[in-house]
Structures are given as C-alpha cells and as structure tokens.
Design a protein around this ligand. Structure first.
Ligand SMILES: Nc1ncnc2c1ncn2[C@@H]1O[C@H](COP(=O)(O)OP(=O)(O)OP(=O)(O)O)[C@@H](O)[C@H]1O
Ligand SMILES: [Mg+2]
Length: 263
C-alpha cells in the first residue's frame, strides 16, 4: 500500500465507481453515442480505444458532467445521478478527476502552487499557508507519485519539467484530492520514449493506490501494457471488450483495422 492509497481504500463501499446504462448522445442529427452501457470497477485500469471520431471524448464528457446525454442513466458509486443536476463540479465532488493533455498546469508557477490552484490551504487568519502547502506538495512528489529525479523540488517551475513529469504532477494532484476515478485523455501524446515510460508508471501508481483509471489512448502498445481491460468504441458504439492477456498488440491492431474496413 502506498501512502496515497490509505483514504480511498477505507471508503471503498461501492462496487462500481461509474456505470452508464443505455446512454445516447446526439449532436443535431449526428449520433455520437449509441446505447452505451458500461461499468468501471473501483480498482481497475480501463483502456478506452477507437478510431478518430469514435466517441471517446464525448463519452468522457458525458461521464464527467461536461455535457448532458440525450438519454440514458448514469450511476456513480452505485447511486443514480439526476442528469439535469450533473455538472463538472458535481463530478469533482464525487471524486472523479480528468487530466487533460497539457491543459492542467500553470506553466510559470512553481510546482507546489500547482497542487493547490483553486483549493488553497489557508491559516486561521485567511492567509495562504505556504509552509503547509509546500510540505504537502513535497509529500505528493515523493510519496504519491514517487518522483526520484534529484533536480525536481516543490520550487521547480512547471515550464522546466519534461512532458512526462508534468503528466505525473497532474496525476499526483488528482490522487492527492482523493479522486476515486482518474481519467486520462491521451497522456502520452507527443512524448519521447523515456517520458512515456514515466507516464505509464504513474498510471500503474493510480491502480496501486486503490483507485480506478480510464485511459484514452491511440497508441495501442501503451494502453495494452497497463490496462486491465480494453473497451473498444466504433462509431459511437461499444463493439468489444478485450482483456489484454487474450490478445497481443499485433492482434489488437489487426482487429481495429478490420473494424475500419468493415464500414
Ligand atoms: N460539440 C460537438 N458538436 C457536434 N458534433 C460533435 C461535437 N463533439 C463531437 N462531435 C462528433 O461526435 C463524434 C464523436 O466525437 P469524439 O470527439 O467523441 O471522438 P473521439 O473518439 O474522441 O475522437 P478522437 O480520437 O479524434 O479524439 C464525431 O463524429 C464528432 O464529429
Ligand atoms: Mg477525442
């Protein structure tokens, strides 16, 4: 058990973190999501794959309160959500965090400030408790995400971090706020090989700490390596659920190519 996992495991009194039932989403005449029923368990890494335009981002947006589905039901921790009330804020309050590529961190700020944007720790006089924030940031760095790079401290400027390290910070922040589900939208895009390795290690940390993760990825080798289960979307529908152990990366690639040709 890692330091970051203690709180989440203690309140794991639900079977699935999110469940969608017969979700539909139309954009005018275009049906972006069709009869989507799926379940994300509380401690699994689910890879979400499919071609451009398959509906992956739309699915995540519906799941995280960014957009309302046209029809269907959403359950969070086994309880049905009233869709007209569902919002990004509510998803946050329900411990669902999304880490978007490169949009999650403030470049010019030191690392520690980035952990507390919008969630400052204040002392009893209402001032930001810098000492406390730095101390917690240091714990997240070394504990939750296990940064080993000597050069990186809580005072490092985000702009000087590598792409993989930034993803690590964003993931670490989500873990610190006790997200039970962390959604990653293509975290390895445009990263060098060594950086990709780091990000995949951070993804594994999410699971080790008792949390769930939805990992959207075009690179099949990356997602095959870390996911427990793969959900394949094609033109708005779930067309397959695959366990990586049942299919090699090569077979998976062939499968997706055939899907495209089958249209
Ligand atoms: N706001 C929108 N208005 C109209 N159509 C949209 C909107 N968002 C998505 N779509 C359409 O819905 C479908 C699914 O798009 P979505 O962005 O979910 O695909 P994706 O799987 O995330 O693709 P990519 O891998 O390219 O990111 C596409 O046909 C897209 O054009
Ligand atoms: Mg997308």
């Amino acid at each position: 058990m890692t330091a970051a996992g203690t709180t989440t495991a203690a309140r794991a009194d639900f079977s699935s973190i999110v469940r969608l039932d017969q979700v539909q989403k139309f954009f005018g005449p275009i049906q972006a999501l069709q009869d989507i029923s799926l379940e994300i368990g509380r401690n699994e890494i689910v890879g979400l794959i499919g071609d451009n335009g398959a509906g992956k981002s739309t699915l995540i947006k519906v799941m995280t309160g960014v957009m309302q589905p046209t029809a269907g039901r959403i359950f969070v921790r086994d309880k049905e959500i009233k869709l007209s009330d569902y919002s990004v804020r509510m998803a946050h309050d329900l411990s669902i965090e999304t880490v978007y590529q490169d949009r999650s961190l403030a470049d010019k700020q030191p690392l520690w400030r980035n952990f507390f944007v919008g969630r400052q720790i204040t002392n009893r006089f209402g001032f930001i408790d810098i000492k406390k924030e730095k101390q917690i940031a240091d714990q997240i760095l070394k504990g939750a995400i296990g940064f080993r790079s000597e050069g990186i401290t809580v005072d490092s400027t985000v702009a000087n971090l590598s792409g993989g390290e930034r993803q690590g910070i964003a993931i670490g922040r989500a873990m610190h706020y006790n997200a039970d589900l962390i959604i990653l939208d293509e975290p390895t895009v445009a990263l060098a090989v060594a950086e990709v390795r780091k990000v995949l290690d951070f993804v594994r940390r999410i699971k080790e700490s008792g949390r769930a993760c939805i990992y959207i990825e075009h690179n099949l080798a990356h997602v095959h390596e870390v996911a427990d289960r793969l959900i394949v979307l094609d033109r708005g529908k779930v067309v397959a659920e695959i366990l990586p152990k049942d299919m090699t990366v090569f077979e998976l690639t062939e499968f997706l190519i055939e899907l495209q040709h089958g249209q």
